[in-house]
Design a protein around this ligand. Structure first.
Ligand code: SAM
Ligand code: SF4
Length: 324
């Protein structure tokens, strides 16, 4: 097992397969952004499979494919199939903006991806266009329906809730999720990069109180995916709401994850700079034992908590670099 200095077991890795994206969400990637990683520095599928193989030998059971937009990485279902076949890995999931999902949903499901998180901040076409820099809502809807038809379960909608931007859209999103059996997760905007800092932060605690009253939501003890979200459900179980509140109520004490970026950097925390470069080791021909030792060394660097409240100006890298 991998355990950090604070007694937390690390059993989850978020794997960014690309730092590129076809959208420019206002809180994530700046318009005109050019600072992408060079292709020669991208970990190959063989290198990724080696690293994830080492993590699974060290007790990691869950992997989430993310990005940038992961569906922009060519042949992603092939990588998914290799990872889902790794002994010890029992949960392979994907975070996507769903613009390309209609083309890949079935292949990804066949490859062993089961759980999907789909980013969607509004059901209003003009609001989505404004927020993502692209008239993407129709394609996202097509992707969502293809995912439903392919049998993914659960499908969670990730909605970054922002004051004066889309906070008036929450009730419509609840109704949409009830209609389709999706879980809705509301996320507080995090001050990562200038874009994250410019997002109109909305404290989700009052939103929760309102929705609890409106829908009679009851807290769920069940762990719905081993992440930081806390969940509430209607008494008939038809609707589940998740809240990710890194700012108003942080969850660092139970953090169980690290992040691997496309260039082979292990990031220890979204809100801190501690990192460990694996690519030089991999390309120097390290042994499996050396790779495992490097991962253990990296985990020792994991900081106790982020400082989004205390030092909101600290993190200059944008979310798409670390995969959210
Ligand atoms: N492109 C994929 C997507 O959008 O789902 C995967 C990568 S994206 C970086 C992962 C998640 O990070 C998304 O749910 C997105 O909404 C979230 N995100 C990006 N920037 C954020 C910020 N500043 N604060 C909170 N969440 C953010
Ligand atoms: Fe792209 Fe996802 Fe960032 Fe939006 S949140 S710009 S879809 S990586």
């Amino acid at each position: 097992m991998l355990m950090d200095r604070f007694g937390r077991t690390i059993e989850y890795i978020r794997l960014s397969v690309t730092d590129r994206c076809d959208l420019r969400c206002s809180y994530c990637m700046p318009k005109g952004f050019k600072g992408f990683e060079e292709p020669e520095n991208w970990l190959t599928f063989d290198e990724i499979a080696r690293v994830i193989g080492a993590f699974t030998r060290l007790g990691t059971r869950r992997v989430r494919l993310t990005g940038g937009e992961p569906l922009l990485r060519r042949n992603l279902p092939q990588l998914a199939a290799r990872l889902s076949a790794l002994p010890g890995l029992d949960d392979l999931s994907l975070s996507t903006n769903a613009t390309q999902l209609h083309k890949h949903a079935e292949a990804l499901h066949d490859a062993g991806v089961r759980r999907l998180n789909i980013s969607l901040d509004s059901l209003r076409r003009d609001c989505v266009s404004e927020l993502t820099g692209s008239d993407s809502l129709p394609r996202v809807m097509e992707g969502l329906m293809a995912a439903k038809a392919a049998g993914f379960a659960p499908i969670k909608i990730n909605m970054v809730a922002m004051k004066g931007v889309n906070d008036g859209d929450i009730e419509a999103m609840v109704a949409f999720c009830i209609e389709h059996g999706f879980v809705l997760r509301l996320i507080e905007a995090m001050p990562v990069g200038d874009t994250g800092r410019a997002a109109h932060f909305l404290d989700l605690q009052p939103v929760l109180a309102r929705l609890q009253q409106q829908f009679g939501l009851l807290p769920q003890a069940a762990d719905l995916g081993g992440g930081p979200a806390r969940y509430w459900s209607t008494p008939d179980g038809r609707f589940t709401l998740g809240l990710i509140t890194p700012i108003s109520q942080h969850f660092c004490a139970t953090c169980n994850r690290v992040r691997l970026s496309v260039d082979g950097t292990l990031y220890m925390c979204l809100g801190q700079e501690e990192r460990f470069e694996l690519r030089p080791l991999l390309r120097a021909g390290c042994s499996d034992a050396e790779l495992e030792a490097a991962i253990r060394e990296a985990i020792e660097l994991k900081p106790e908590r982020h400082e989004f409240r205390e030092r909101p100006g600290k993190i200059v890298r944008i979310m798409s670099m670390t995969g959210g």
